[in-house]
Design a protein around this ligand. Structure first.
Ligand code: NDP
Ligand code: MG
Length: 394
């Protein structure tokens, strides 16, 4: 049986890697729907290769042009637009698997729609889980959805856990702790005094991974590791103290699980997202991902250090947020999205990102977020505060 796949965020880095793996296995996968925000030319090219039934453009300004391009290309796919269309292609009865690869909070609602419809969800969009953790996991559990991690660290942890692992039950599985590895990004060793002057191009030049701009900046500030810490807590039912962040600049080990008999299981591989994507697409089988095999003889160095929170204050903020509760994770994620967008536009310095995040965390109101509507309203409220703070600082 072929798996029918919807790819939310098909034109991004994860979306493109997913289509690369799918194209290697036409007998196993077919594409039901592809979505993008603005990159409609890329979307049309992808549709010509994969012949989906639906294309969704989330930015309405690009809808008419996309319809025109689809007609010129003689595509049979129906072109849709807007939030309802995203939810529809994530939850349609014809769909087996949804790759959640929209960047940021915009991915929350369609990913939740997939959870409510009991789909197999391949989760790349960590921000959705950070902003709605408990509610999202509840929807997955209540609707018998399957949640498989795409983030390389979480996919590695998943691979190193026993298959019998029960949610939130480390002691039963004989686990001491989870070792969440991170490369430290492009500024791991640069003098602290230079950080304030780093440009978007420098921040996006990750030494090991080729990724979208938002996550690349998050990797440079290590907010990415902070978001991943929160993501790991929700995905596996961990407490923040169950997790130790370890800097491993080579990005060959993608994370580890330490057991109480002294064993440490690590998942390794070249830093290429097609490995976790292929793993999750075919789970519990294994398929070729197209990734070059690891050659141990060519690895010259293999090092591990503790992260320096003076260099990476966002990491400490994320730890604080996950301990404070859902509202704090939602606020930190919203503030960070505003800060990173401002940095990429050249209106905020690199060090200003953590400053804005910290400023918002000092002011954020402590509230209970019991529903998606609560979460979205709170996310919007924090974004407005962050924008006001930015204007005040300018
Ligand atoms: P990209 O920026 O490369 O791609 C983002 C995708 O989301 C694009 O298809 C984009 O469309 C679409 N998109 C952007 N804004 C919106 C919006 N407002 N509404 C709907 N769709 C939108 O990001 P990545 O592929 O790098 O990352 C995607 C997610 O995966 C992120 O959450 C990231 O944290 C996570 N992730 C990524 C990894 C990587 O290696 N890249 C590794 C681990 C996790 P368009 O192209 O038209 O703008
Ligand atoms: Mg990651």
């Amino acid at each position: 049986m072929q798996q029918r796949v919807t790819i939310l965020g098909a034109t991004g880095s994860i979306g493109v890697s997913t289509l690369d793996v799918i194209a290697r296995h036409p007998q196993l996968f077919s594409v039901y729907a592809l979505t993008c925000h603005q990159q409609i030319e890329t979307l049309i090219q992808q549709a010509l290769v994969h012949q989906p039934q639906y294309l969704v453009v989330s930015d309405p300004n690009y809808y008419a042009r996309c319809q025109q391009l689809a007609a010129e290309a003689k595509l049979s796919a129906e072109v849709l637009c807007g939030a309802d269309a995203l939810n529809m292609v994530a939850s349609a009865p014809e769909v087996d698997t949804v790759m959640a690869a929209i960047v940021g909070a915009a991915g929350l609602l369609p990913t939740l729609a997939a959870a409510k419809a009991g789909k197999k969800i391949l989760l790349a969009n960590k921000e959705a889980l950070v902003m709605s953790g408990k509610l999202f996991i509840q929807q997955v559990q209540q609707n018998n959805a399957t949640l498989l991690p795409i983030d390389s660290e979480h996919n590695a942890i998943f691979q190193c856990l026993p298959t019998s692992f029960e949610y939130a039950n480390l002691a039963n599985a004989g686990i001491d702790k989870i070792l969440l590895t991170g490369s430290g990004g492009p500024f791991l060793n640069c003098p602290l005094t230079e950080l304030a002057h780093k440009t978007p191009e420098q921040a996006c030049a990750h030494p090991n991974w080729d990724m979208g701009r938002k996550i690349s900046v998050d990797s440079a500030t290590m907010m990415n590791k902070g978001l991943e810490l929160i993501e790991a807590c929700w995905l596996f039912g961990l407490k923040p103290d169950d997790i130790e962040v370890v800097i491993h600049p080579q990005s060959v080990i993608h994370s580890m699980v330490q057991y109480n008999d002294g064993s440490v299981l690590a998942q390794m591989g070249n830093p290429d997202m097609r490995t976790p994507i292929a793993h999750a697409l075919s789970y519990p089988q294994r398929i070729d991902s197209g990734v070059q095999r690891l050659d141990f003889k060519a690895l010259s160095d293999f090092s591990f250090t503790a992260p320096d929170v003076n260099r990476f204050p966002n990491l400490a903020l994320a730890m604080e947020a996950v301990k404070a509760g859902q509202y704090a994770s939602t606020a930190l994620n919203a503030a960070n999205e505003v800060a990173v967008a401002a940095f990429l536009q050249g209106t905020l310095s690199f060090t200003g990102i953590a400053e804005l995040n910290s400023n918002i965390m000092q002011k954020m109101p402590s509230v209970e977020l019991d529903s998606v509507d609560d979460i979205i309203a709170y996310d919007q409220q924090i974004r407005q505060q962050a924008m006001l703070a930015l204007r005040g600082a300018a």
